[in-house]
Write a protein that binds this ligand. Structure first.
Ligand code: FAD
Ligand code: SF4
Ligand code: SF4
Length: 501
């Protein structure tokens, strides 16, 4: 514990924001190791001292799950790491994940008072520091593995059974909450590995898979069962689950890729980002033939899109050996929805940014292998519904970007695998599941949350839905007179929203 007198406001304001140490660009493009290396304890404590401990802290309102940021930073500054972890984990079940992937610059850090005249407190980096400390130093009584909620009391077994469909951040958070509330939880997952986008989408150089595996092990320690390779809508139906469980939480994400819909898209060498990233992240295609799954290791790769998925794909292409890894986006860098840090890291790694271009057709050779992507230049017009300037084509600006691989990363939408088998499940205009204010669908006892309700959104929003739904399910199981009113009607769903368009 620090015995020194508290710093004055002036002294706090005089401390400059600490940079995250990173693996050097030329070294990191040779592999998939994590780019950010993490703060040392000394740097973390010094960065925490920048917090002014605002009595009404606007940063908290910027966090979708309302983490008590000044409280965790105050304990961290005092060197009370266990106390800081307790505060953090009280509001956020996966801080080692969110500390790495939250778009902090548009959430908590955007609202920090220090951001008004300078640089915000590095809340995300400090969250990651405290979460990693907790993973390394805390043994979960249940699992013997690192605990993210060991301070939380467990309720006695309720005898009630809850099925969760999908093991992304929404499903995992709901599973942890429900197990803590004493319910018997089984998570059904279509893939052979749990974690959802956290393991098949987001590359290990941003979020190592072992962090998600640790969380899954902790949940197993709490008694959560994982039924893998179980596709609901095929292996079992939702009705099967309703018959065998007292409640169901559907968190199947929005993983169906949106394609470019241009001539030549069927040529050899064109991928959806979803397939490309899954081959590499989940199936370790970079190690082919030692791994079973191959991936084309293009020399000139063009990724179309401007969100996190596009930036992840183009940085992956670079790591697979592309001499030219090109990001083609129809707006400008200022409109790119990707996290600012990822864009900066991509630039450091030599990614070529082709801004204000839109694809028209994919070109190939006689054997149908890709040889180029024909694009048209765009200019920014009037703002559209999203408030961003609408890209408008520039006449006579067609040109070909030579390449051997094209990756489409322009968004995803709801996969109908589950929903198509449930005619009574109310869906919104984009095939999204419609829920009431507490997360219950049109089917009694069936709740839903995360991307399948919101459209492509964020990890922390899916987690918030999982937590809310878990408590609504607990209410539903405890009182027959559940009175959730229709509030969330899916109006805020936008096809491909959040990341790519
Ligand atoms: P998902 O994570 O999509 O998980 C759904 C799970 O359900 C999957 O495991 C799927 O296999 C399973 N499933 C689907 N259908 C069935 C079925 N019928 N039966 C059984 N299981 C099924 N967000 C951020 O906040 N920051 C980022 O930096 C960021 N980067 C991203 C990068 C990429 C490449 C992608 C694709 C997304 C990114 N996102 C990011 C978005 C974020 O990952 C999602 O918003 C979040 O994962 C949604 O969580 P979820 O629990 O709703 O669903
Ligand atoms: Fe910020 Fe995300 Fe942590 Fe909330 S969960 S405090 S938004 S980094
Ligand atoms: Fe600290 Fe910034 Fe939050 Fe104020 S707004 S409590 S300075 S992190």
């Amino acid at each position: 514990m620090s015995a020194a007198a508290p710093l004055s406001k002036r002294e706090r304001l005089a401390i400059a924001r600490h940079d995250m140490p990173v693996r050097e660009a030329l070294v990191r493009i040779g592999g998939f190791e994590e780019v950010n290396l993490g703060f040392t304890e000394q740097v973390a404590l010094a960065e925490a001292q920048r917090c002014l401990q605002c009595r009404v802290a606007p940063c908290v309102a910027g966090c979708p799950v309302g983490v008590d940021i000044p409280a965790f930073l105050g304990r961290l500054e005092d060197g009370d790491l266990a106390g800081a972890a307790d505060v953090l984990l009280g509001g956020n079940a996966l801080p080692a994940v969110t500390g790495r992937v939250c778009p902090q610059e548009s959430q908590c850090e955007a609202r920090c008072v220090l951001a008004r005249k300078g640089q915000s407190v590095a809340i995300g980096h400090l969250e990651r520091y405290v979460a990693d400390w907790a993973r390394e130093h805390r043994a979960s009584p249940a699992s013997g593995s690192a605990s993210s909620e060991s301070a939380r009391p467990q309720r006695a077994p309720s005898g009630r059974r809850v099925a969760i469909v999908g093991s992304g951040p929404g499903g995992l958070t709901a599973a942890g909450e429900l197990a803590g509330l004493g319910h018997e939880v089984t998570v059904f997952e279509a893939l052979h590995v749990p974690g959802g986008v956290l393991v098949y989408g987001i590359p290990e150089f941003r979020l190592p898979n072992e962090i998600v595996a640790g969380e899954v092990a902790r949940l197993e320690g709490l008694g959560v069962r994982f039924a893998l390779n179980a596709v609901i809508g095929r292996t079992y139906t939702l009705d099967d689950l309703r018959a065998g469980f007292d409640a169901v939480f559907v968190a199947v994400g929005a993983g169906l890729p949106v394609f470019l819909d241009i001539p030549g898209e069927g040529l050899k060498g064109v991928y959806s980002a979803n397939e490309y990233l899954t081959r590499v992240n989940l199936m370790q295609a970079y190690a082919f033939p030692e791994a079973d799954t191959p991936v084309l290791q293009g020399r000139r790769v063009v990724v179309v899109g401007g969100g996190n998925v596009a930036v992840d794909a183009v940085r992956t292409a670079r790591r697979l050996g592309a001499h030219e890894a090109i990001l083609a986006y129809r707006r400008t860098r200022a409109e790119m929805p990707a996290r600012a840090e990822e864009i900066r890291h991509a630039e450091e790694e030599g990614i070529r940014f082709e801004m204000l271009v839109a694809p028209i057709s994919v070109h190939g050779d006689a054997d149908r292998w890709v040889t180029g992507l024909k694009c048209r230049r765009m200019a920014l017009g009037e703002p559209d519904d999203s408030g961003r300037h609408r890209p408008v084509p520039v006449a006579g600006s067609e040109h070909i970007i030579p390449c051997d691989t094209v990756v489409a990363a322009i968004g995803t939408r709801a996969n109908p695998l589950l929903t198509a088998t449930c005619p009574d499940l109310e869906l919104g205009p984009w095939g999204n599941v419609v829920t009431d204010a507490r997360g219950m669908t049109s089917l009694p006892g069936v709740f839903a949350g995360g991307d399948i309700v919101r459209g492509s959104a964020t990890v922390i929003l899916a987690m918030g839905d999982g937590k809310r739904a878990a408590h609504a399910i607990d209410d539903y199981l405890g009182c027959a007179g559940y009175d959730g009113r229709h509030g969330h009607d899916g109006d805020d769903w936008q096809e491909g929203s959040g990341h790519e368009r």
